[in-house]
Ligand binder design. Structure first.
Ligand code: MN
Length: 458
């Protein structure tokens, strides 16, 4: 079956090109001027932008954490992702401490297999270190799981500096790469004790116990370990100006560092935690916390300068009922925000429409760079002959307002409630199939495929 997307403007990292796109089966057959599709379907895309399907390389679907499980599983989460133009997610699979990586992988295959509506891959969490895990890292890479995650915080998952060093060296041997959650665990623990001792038990204590220098310290710490291991590394969900400075310092001395940030660090301010209504504040609890205006501006500037490679959501949704768990103790608030459905329109509206970044930048951080960094380029991340026909048709004129009442993420609030967008997503194609049309998701559970990934190409 052939479908011709006619009269649109095709976005790539190089910019925008007026061109038609011919889809044949699951892939793009041609991109060019005045293409024809005799007897076949022709879709009028005049006035529309055509982006490669967005890749969200940081989601947590069906994750057991904080004594509960995330509100979105692979079915609801991937359905919302697709509706927001995200045709592929990379979710974090994790074994329990003491288990094998294989154990974690099988668990995530069960969660996603036959359920995901969009394409997907897994990062593998390294939350322990021994010979078996070292060997398994090679097996994971052979199975298309080439990216890994390590935590410098959270007792259930964190590992020490020697283990991080050894894991990084082993990843280098197999062509893998790690993303690391960087916050200083020890001092945050001490600040939490101080807050509790002073009786400051509300959500306002959450950002105050995780201040900027404690992200920067952990980033610096990690980057020195990576320097010793002589490996590139990814800082996931970087949120502060100070941490950016640490990244710049490492790059100046010749290290390769990749940086991910998230829409909530680009769009929201820490005053959200000052709301006297418990839930109004608790619903924004995530780690690292929402930061200040100055951090936002530093992140936008870094995006514009190409110092940040990817924007992912860290989608980790909990309902307001689940957020109630911390009403007497802020450390018991399940941490995480929804966002998988809104990333594209948020970045277009606050970034492109506001003149902070170009369409090429948006394409780079939402599609091209994640495809390259996580080893599925050029199958994903670009509209070009031979690539998967994952295409987002964006209508820059169809403004809308984000509301929990209208979203399909399985969560009863939206952190961007009332946000007026510049344009919205008209259609989404996944491997040549019309997946979303005018906000209606047309695919079914199981239509998404596991994507076997290779090494970093960025
Ligand atoms: Mn995360």
């Amino acid at each position: 079956m052939r479908i011709l997307l006619k009269g649109g403007r095709v976005v790539s990292s190089a910019g925008v090109l007026a061109a038609d796109v011919l889809i044949e089966g699951e892939t793009v057959a041609a991109v060019g001027k005045d293409l024809d599709n005799p007897g076949g379907e022709i879709v009028d895309c005049s006035g529309k932008l055509l982006f490669p399907g967005f890749i969200d390389a940081h989601t947590h679907f069906d994750l057991e954490v904080a004594g509960t499980v995330t509100a979105d599983d692979f079915a609801t989460g991937s359905r919302a992702a697709l509706r927001g133009g995200t045709t592929m997610v990379v979710d974090f699979s994790a074994p329990d401490k003491g288990d094998t990586l294989r154990c974690g992988l099988e668990r995530w295959r069960r969660k996603a297999g036959g359920r995901s509506l969009c394409d997907y891959g897994f990062h593998m969490t390294i939350d322990d270190w021994n010979e078996g895990i070292s060997r398994e890292i090679g097996e994971m890479a052979a199975e298309g799981i080439t990216s890994f995650k390590m935590y410098m915080i959270y007792p259930a998952m964190m590992i020490g500096e020697a283990e991080i060093y050894q894991a990084l060296k082993r990843l280098k041997e197999v062509g893998g790469i790690a993303g690391v959650h960087c916050e200083n665990s020890g001092i945050i623990g001490a600040l939490i004790e101080e807050a509790k001792a002073a009786g400051r038990m509300g959500p306002g204590s959450h950002p105050r116990t995780r201040p900027n220098p404690l992200e920067a310290e952990a980033v610096s710490h990690l980057l020195r370990i990576a320097q010793m291991a002589d490996t590139p590394v990814i800082i996931v969900h970087l949120s502060t100006r100070e941490a950016l400075e640490e990244v710049r310092a490492a790059r100046r001395r010749g290290q390769t560092v990749y940086v991910e940030t998230c829409p909530h660090y680009l769009l929201l301010e820490d005053s959200v935690y000052d709301n006297p209504d418990y839930l109004e504040a608790a619903k924004f609890v995530c780690a690292p916390p929402i930061r200040k205006k100055a951090d936002q501006e530093a992140l936008w500037e870094a995006l514009r300068r190409g110092e940040i490679q990817t924007v992912s959501t860290d989608h980790c949704s909990f309902t307001l009922q689940q957020k109630m768990a911390g009403r007497k103790d802020f450390t018991k608030i399940p941490g995480g925000l929804p966002g998988v459905e809104d990333r594209g329109v948020l970045l277009y509206t606050a970034g492109v429409a506001q003149g902070r970044i170009t369409l090429g930048d948006m394409c780079r951080v939402l599609a091209e760079n994640p495809a390259k960094l996580y080893g599925c380029w050029p199958r994903k991340g670009v509209i070009a002959p031979g690539s998967d026909a994952d295409i987002v048709v964006y209508d820059p004129k169809a403004d809308t307002v984000l509301r929990a009442a209208d979203h399909i993420q399985n969560v009863d609030y939206n952190p961007y409630e009332g946000f007026r967008t510049a344009g919205s997503i008209a259609q989404v194609y996944l491997r040549g199939r019309l997946a979303v049309d005018g906000g209606r998701v047309l695919l079914r559970e199981g239509d998404g495929a596991f994507i076997h990934r290779h090494g970093n190409m960025l």
